[in-house]
Design a protein around this ligand. Structure first.
Ligand SMILES: [Fe+2]
Length: 233
């Protein structure tokens, strides 16, 4: 029986094709590493701009992945889910701080400017090689299940499932997190609001799947958000 070694020794073409395969693999790994570095860098940028809310963004990504797995999203899409969870708000970089961090009610014009951020996120993420899918999830993360959201006013299952997942997790995170202009809501109240808006703003199935995950990790949430759970409950 011929071994790989004897095949290689007998056929110089084998050597060159094997090294070519290795080189392609090496380049693919380099490209993936570069992609991951860029994603981390953009995430860091959101931290520096104080755009990420109280819960560490890696936790948001972890929650999204857990919900996605429970909804049987195929393994090959999970990377895009993770990126969408991390960077869906990257477009807020394009919104002036004076509006983004305004301490008080927004004018209609200011609200319209903030509401452009999903489109900005899409326009940034679509430039990353291989993140077109995640860019679409980011584009639709403020759609409402009843069609009253933005930017496209999509309804129900016309909204990508991952966008519906990000919407629920992002809303929960925003509600429980302390911001400079307001204190985070107690976990129980945030869950009550998610349930109350199920079927209008949020996908009821996603909410039901997320609740036990939020319950389980509530203590960590409040620790990260700087809120005492005993005080909050
Ligand atoms: Fe957003």
């Amino acid at each position: 029986m011929r071994t790989a070694m004897s095949t290689s020794a007998a056929n110089p073409l084998f050597d060159s094709s094997a090294s070519l395969v290795l080189r392609v693999k090496e380049l693919e790994e380099q490209q993936a590493a570069l992609g991951n570095s860029l994603i981390c860098a953009f995430n860091q940028l959101l931290d520096l701009k104080d755009i990420n809310t109280g819960v560490h963004s890696t936790r948001l990504a972890e929650w999204s992945l857990r919900v996605a797995r429970k909804l049987n999203i195929a393994e090959e899409h999970l990377y895009q889910v993770e990126v969408a969870a991390l960077l869906h708000d990257v477009g807020k970089i394009g919104v002036p701080d004076a509006i983004l961090k305004k301490n008080g009610p927004l004018t209609a014009e200011e609200r319209a400017i903030i509401n452009r951020h999903p489109e900005y996120s899409w326009s940034i993420l679509r430039l990353f090689t291989g993140l077109q899918e995640a860019s679409l999830y980011a584009l639709h993360h403020h759609e409402n299940i009843d069609g009253t959201g933005y930017p496209a006013g999509l309804k129900g299952h016309d909204i990508p499932l991952v966008s519906r997942i990000v919407a629920v997790i992002d809303a929960y995170d925003a509600m429980v997190s302390n911001r400079c202009y307001r204190k985070g809501l107690p976990h129980g109240e945030a869950i009550r609001r998610l349930v109350q808006s199920s079927g209008t703003q949020f996908d009821p199935e996603v909410v039901q799947i997320f609740i036990p995950i939020a319950e389980q990790e509530a203590s960590d949430v409040f620790a990260a958000a700087g809120t005492s759970r005993s005080a909050a409950l």
